[in-house]
Write a protein that binds this ligand. Structure first.
Ligand code: ZN
Length: 301
């Protein structure tokens, strides 16, 4: 009797699983290139076997209803994360100096609950037009020396067509052979010492400064060269004697937006909630309209 019920239940569950698979594909159909295999398949059969092993009799309806409810909730979460989160490509590298392999998870864990969804890459190959279609912004924290003309074009067109670019700290030392890349960032790293300091806010009314407070941390005292003041607005400076070094700035280029901060050498800064808030504000500002409004409405739900 129990065996008969099990076979009957499995058939019904299999049908439901097929329906769920179709629904999952439908949800993803609006996101070209998404890999459905990245979503976990709901193993209803296993759950059912567990119930039977526990000796629960006449248990088809109740656990089945629970599983269906769980599945519906899972799809609701997938839909919200997929359609609502800002999608950011974090381009790091494999070096332990400026250890993006360690610092990326710190930022991911801090910002994912705030509907910022990251994908992590370590090679410049990820800067190609097809891959960038998946993202609202690119965050760069790495020491990459070379960028091909095609890769720079992909990044530049991505920005100028209305997306965000968030170079952090050593990103201003990347691709020194590409003057256009330095122009895009807004300046180039020149030299540094180090110490504990607090960079000063100079434009408190800018949206990127909303809810942000200056923070003190050990970091490298970057000095920049090749400043591109076109479309650039300085938000923070590091003041040392007579020196007022541009520290955090934003740029507009084409329809796109760039946010840069010189902070971020190591975990002392990446773990600082002030730094995390600064990057959060910078990412949100960089993606521009109408994406930001769409995302803000999703956060209120
Ligand atoms: Zn550094």
């Amino acid at each position: 009797m129990a065996r008969k019920r099990r076979i009957k239940g499995s058939g019904t569950i299999a049908k439901w699983n097929k329906k769920l698979e179709l629904k999952r594909r439908a949800l993803l159909s609006g996101r070209g290139g998404e890999d459905v295999r990245s979503f976990p398949k709901i193993d209803i059969h296993r759950a059912r076997r567990w119930e039977l092993q526990k000796g629960v009799k006449n248990s088809i309806r109740f656990p089945f209803a629970l599983i269906v409810l769980g599945a519906v909730a899972t799809f609701a979460n997938i839909a919200e994360a997929d359609l609502g989160s800002l999608r950011v490509l974090f381009l790091g590298h494999s070096s332990s100096h400026h250890n993006s392999n360690l610092y990326y998870p710190i930022l991911r864990d801090a910002l994912t609950p705030k509907l910022i969804e990251f994908e992590y890459a370590t090679t410049v190959d990820s800067l190609n037009t097809e891959n960038l279609k998946k993202f609202d912004a690119v965050l760069l924290f790495a020491n990459h020396g070379k960028i091909s003309p095609e890769q720079f074009s992909a990044l530049n067109e991505f920005v100028e067509s209305g997306h965000g670019f968030v170079p952090v700290h050593c990103a201003s030392a990347c691709f020194g052979s590409s003057p256009d890349f330095i122009k895009l960032v807004g300046g180039r790293f020149k030299s540094h010492k180090s110490g504990v300091f607090r960079a000063s806010i100079v434009l408190p009314n800018h949206p990127v400064m909303a809810g942000f407070s200056e923070f003190e941390t050990w970091d490298e005292t970057y000095v920049h060269a090749d400043h591109n003041t076109q479309g650039r607005t300085i938000l923070m400076e590091r003041v040392e004697g007579d020196l007022r070094e541009p520290w955090t700035w934003v740029r507009e280029q084409g329809k796109g937006r760039v946010f840069y901060t010189a902070s971020g050498h190591d975990e002392r800064t990446w773990n600082d909630p002030g730094f995390q808030k600064l990057l959060f504000n910078g990412i949100v500002w960089s993606v521009g309209e109408p994406r930001r409004t769409e995302w803000e409405s999703m956060r209120k739900k």
